[in-house]
Design a binder for this molecule. Structure first.
Ligand code: SF4
Length: 425
């Protein structure tokens, strides 16, 4: 039985690269080192598959499905390509090529998660490092608006709170851990200090911390429900740390304030760097959403929400983002790649996808594949196809192919190449 070592897990933005996967008769039978999410996804990856190409729910050949997809995209006035966070970078590059060819709009799932982070970083820059540096050096770790115990299960043990590094050989004992959230999550049990902030109060709390770090006093008893003493103590602890890291999630990016919250966090980190070394790292969710932003930036100059309708790329989140384009009823055809927007986008946007001809490329059945006019099964990247993905800290990592996909099923990049050929005639 082949045992693959140093396998990269293609499920969350941690991209853990130390898994051992045993394959028997082209089926995964054992996974070592993976978290519960990873193990379950690997062991059950053959379940709930899209088995063959479909047009209007009827079986079709791959050639017929590709031809139909190309026809839909060619004849659309305002085609949208969306998704891309759970596929490899080669496929993302092909999707951008196709968007340019058809004069469409291309957006990725960052527009509904860390899009505000990117807007803030574009305005102010960023102080960042690799997860390896955090593991080796950070003695103060802050999780703000995120819960790695539910979403990034090995983050704490492999990279942050509990990891043993070069200058943090005591692991958890060598670090002070803070969690900031609007409700008491399981992180309260892990953290040395849990700070409960009022919903929508992150910006004020970050601004208060900035003021104290800059040497100003606080003439109020509390800010956003956090007592003055707690703010003073936390600011002092931040300044005195040897190396601090703030990891933040959608609790900060998608709550009231959005990109302004991230600008306040960037400002706090910049102020702290006058006293010590401090970094800010987003907790990216899907395993290659960071790659979707990176590849789109290489090729178009912009990270998401890119419109090619004038023959050159234009960028405008809020106008060319998938939710907005669909909710306004503007998109008249859609190609969804490695994503399930019907399950996750607001009702109006999801309903529009069901009204227009939608093409779905996905290894698995999903709510989006159920409404797809054309559905094409794909090989799962990181299991049935190799490729590159970007970890949450921006490090590219090579995904392995562990087994063959079902007969006749191709990787996303190859299917997109076939559609491009068909569109070009
Ligand atoms: S933490 Fe994320 S990348 Fe690591 S094994 Fe779990 S799902 Fe995979």
């Amino acid at each position: 039985m082949p045992v693959y070592r140093s396998v990269v897990c293609p499920f969350c933005g941690c991209l853990c690269d130390d898994l051992e996967v045993t394959v028997e008769d082209n089926r995964i039978v054992k996974v070592r080192n993976g978290c519960a999410i990873s193990t379950s996804k690997f062991l059950h990856h053959h379940e709930n598959r899209v088995e063959k190409p479909l047009i209007d729910g009827e079986s079709a050949t791959l050639e017929e499905a590709v031809k139909e997809a190309a026809e839909i995209l060619k004849s659309a006035r305002r085609p949208l390509i969306y998704g891309l966070s759970s596929t490899e970078c080669g496929a993302i590059a092909k999707a951008i090529e196709l968007a340019e060819l058809i004069g469409g709009v291309i957006d990725n799932t960052a527009s509904v998660c860390h899009g505000p982070t990117i807007l803030a970083l574009q305005t102010l820059g960023e102080s960042k490092c690799t997860l390896g540096t955090v593991r080796n050096r950070a003695d103060l770790i802050i999780y703000w608006g995120c819960n790695p115990l539910e979403a990034h299960l090995r983050h704490l043990t492999r990279y942050s709170a509990m990891a043993r590094g070069l200058y943090t050989s005591g692991g958890r004992k060598d670090r002070y851990v803070v969690a900031v959230d609007v409700r008491e999550t399981r992180m309260k049990r892990v953290a040395d200090l849990f700070v409960k902030v009022k919903p929508g109060g992150d910006y004020e709390l970050l601004s208060a911390l900035r003021a104290v770090v800059r040497g100003y006093g606080l003439d109020v008893d509390e800010v956003s429900g956090v007592p003055r003493d707690v703010i003073l103590e936390l600011a002092e602890r931040m300044k005195k740390s040897r190396f601090g890291a703030i990891f933040f999630g959608l609790g900060l990016t998608q709550s009231e304030g959005r990109h302004m919250n991230i600008e306040a966090a960037i400002g706090l980190v910049a102020d702290l760097n006058h006293h010590t070394k401090f970094v800010l790292i987003p907790m990216r969710g899907h395993y290659n959403v960071a790659g979707a932003n990176t590849v789109t930036t290489w090729q178009t100059g912009y990270p998401y929400a890119v419109d090619f309708s004038r023959g050159y790329p234009r960028y405008n989140p809020g106008e060319y983002t998938a939710v907005d384009l669909l909710s306004r009823g503007e998109a008249d055809a859609a190609l969804i790649i490695a994503s399930d927007p019907v399950a996750h986008l607001p009702y109006k946007a999801a309903r529009r996808l069901a009204e227009i001809p939608t093409i779905v490329l996905d290894p698995k059945r999903s709510m989006t594949s159920m409404i797809g006019r054309v559905v094409i099964p794909t090989a799962a990247a990181g299991i049935e196809a190799e490729g590159t993905a970007y970890r949450m800290d921006g490090i590219p990592i090579r995904l392995k192919k562990l087994m063959e996909p079902p007969e006749g099923v191709l990787p996303d990049a190859e299917i997109l190449s076939l559609i491009i050929e068909e569109v070009m005639g």
